[in-house]
Design a protein around this ligand. Structure first.
Ligand code: RB5
Length: 143
């Protein structure tokens, strides 16, 4: 189950991503916001991050205008590795190297066509399981 959420800046792109996930056959839970009315991104970033951190959802997708606010917020939740990606190389690398569990996108920065390719890359790339990457990830929240 994929957790997805956005603020007003990401609302339209979230609709396109949800349609794309449905086409792919991926199940998702939409944590809001549910309209394009102005709202505060931390609320939705925390809902998605907590759903992923608790194991309720296996990964998440967060969208705001820049992707920055939602990624900063999500990364405050222990266990969350949220990666703001504007290209497919980064989306692939953050899965392979960082085992990122949330993809953040900036709807005012990244067009829909590219954003959907980034989503595919993020969801279809497994973690490398390389020892050096496991060690580095453990150091993120360790000493
Ligand atoms: C909303 O105007 C905008 O600040 C928000 O979507 C996001 O870009 C924040 O980082």
């Amino acid at each position: 189950m994929i957790a997805i959420g956005c603020d007003h800046g990401g609302f339209e792109l979230k609709q396109a991503i949800m349609a794309h996930l449905t086409e792919r056959g991926d199940s998702f839970h939409d944590y809001g916001t549910y309209t394009s009315e102005s709202c505060d991104y931390p609320k939705y970033a925390k809902l998605v991050a907590k759903a992923v951190a608790s194991g309720e959802c296996s990964c998440g997708i967060l969208i705001c205008g820049t992707g920055i606010g939602v990624s900063i917020t999500a990364n405050k939740i222990p266990g969350i590795r949220a990666a703001l990606c504007g290209d497919c190389f980064s989306a692939e690398a953050t899965r392979l190297h960082n085992d990122a569990n949330i993809l953040a996108l900036g709807a005012r920065v990244t067009g829909e066509g590219l954003a959907l390719k980034i989503v595919d890359t993020f969801l279809d790339t497994p973690f490398s399981q390389d020892e050096r990457h496991i060690r580095r990830i453990s150091q993120i929240e360790g000493d």
